[in-house]
Design a protein around this ligand. Structure first.
Ligand code: GDP
Length: 301
């Protein structure tokens, strides 16, 4: 079964960018993801984003238009590492967080190299500007030395000064993400084909059985459809979004928690919709056998 976009271009439409937040430890990644989540107060959603499912989607106004962004929200970012290890391209864009008081550190460079290797554009969030010792100009200079040149210096990378803790300029950062995506990416997907995507995280829930947060990359996933996710398979019994609501379908770039799988798939594994349960089971068994063979081969080396 081939993965990819189907149909001609008339079937395609713009999908929201999928964003990961990277940077040195303690520079404010977790705080920033919290701030973005809290900034997304949509009318009628009294509780806001209440569920930590590994990813969430927010909306922001850019040039008077409502635009959506999906953030991968994984504590410790082990899911991101796992997805990278499996070679799955999970995000379109990276926000590189650099603390304005601390400056560029080893993990800043590491994150930068990962983004470069994956070919994803970055937006630099200079964080902690509320601190008296913050020196955003120093950060611009340091990153310029690594080839990340701010727009205001004639380069093509947007730098945004924020405070995740004091909630300063979070909207400005979201706008920079949308503008960077518009300028350097052509994010389109066919929402009418069978769904394909990746697993963000998964676990075994005592009451609900295997639970997996998936990210739809192409097509639309619907409750009742049969899917294969890594070595797991099953019919989608229910889908739950980051608001805790049950949803019946998930379109491109939408994350959702899926119930109904036979087992717990791994972060970064791909999923796809297949014709029926029987086919799903067959493919899942083949995948499992292949994975087992690969593991054994690895052990032999
Ligand atoms: P992570 O390791 O990158 O996820 O960093 P955290 O989000 O856990 O933040 C590390 C520490 O920096 C915590 O004590 C935060 O409260 C603090 N912090 C994060 N953002 C800001 C900020 O904008 N201003 C200040 N003053 N402190 C911040």
């Amino acid at each position: 079964i081939e993965l990819g976009d189907e149909g001609d271009e008339s079937d395609w439409s713009v999908r929201p960018p999928v964003v990961t937040v990277m940077g040195h430890v303690d520079h404010g990644k977790t705080k920033l993801l919290d701030a973005i989540r809290d900034a997304n107060v949509i009318e009628g959603e009294a509780g806001g984003i209440t569920q930590h499912i590994g990813a969430y989607q927010v909306a922001t106004q850019v040039d008077g238009e409502e635009r959506k962004i999906t953030f991968i929200d994984t504590p410790g970012h082990e899911a991101f590492t796992a997805m990278r290890a499996r070679g799955s391209q999970s995000s379109d864009l990276a926000v590189l967080v650099v603390a304005a008081d601390d400056g560029v550190m080893p993990q800043t460079i590491e994150a930068l190299n990962h983004a470069k290797a994956a070919g994803v554009p970055i937006v630099v969030a200079i964080n902690k500007i509320d601190k008296p010792e913050a020196d955003p100009t120093k950060i611009r200079g340091q990153l310029t030395e690594y080839g990340v040149i701010p727009e205001e210096y004639g380069g093509d990378t947007m730098f945004v000064e924020i405070s995740a803790k004091s909630r300063i300029n979070i909207e400005g950062l979201l706008e920079a993400v949308v503008l960077t995506a518009d300028a350097s990416l052509d994010l389109q997907a066919n929402a009418s084909q069978d769904a394909q995507g990746i697993v963000i995280e998964a676990h075994l829930d005592r009451g609900r059985g295997p639970v997996a947060t998936i990210l739809v990359q192409r097509g639309t996933l619907r409750v009742g459809e049969s899917i294969v996710a890594g070595p797991a398979h099953g019919r989608v019994r229910a889908m739950i979004d980051e608001y805790g609501h049950e949803i019946t379908e998930a379109t491109p770039s939408r994350p959702a928690m899926v119930l109904g799988l036979s087992a717990v798939p791994g972060a970064g594994q791909s999923f796809l919709v297949v014709e029926d349960d029987r086919m799903a089971r067959q493919i899942a068994e083949k995948r499992e056998a292949r994975e087992r063979a690969a593991q054994q081969a690895k052990r032999r080396v």
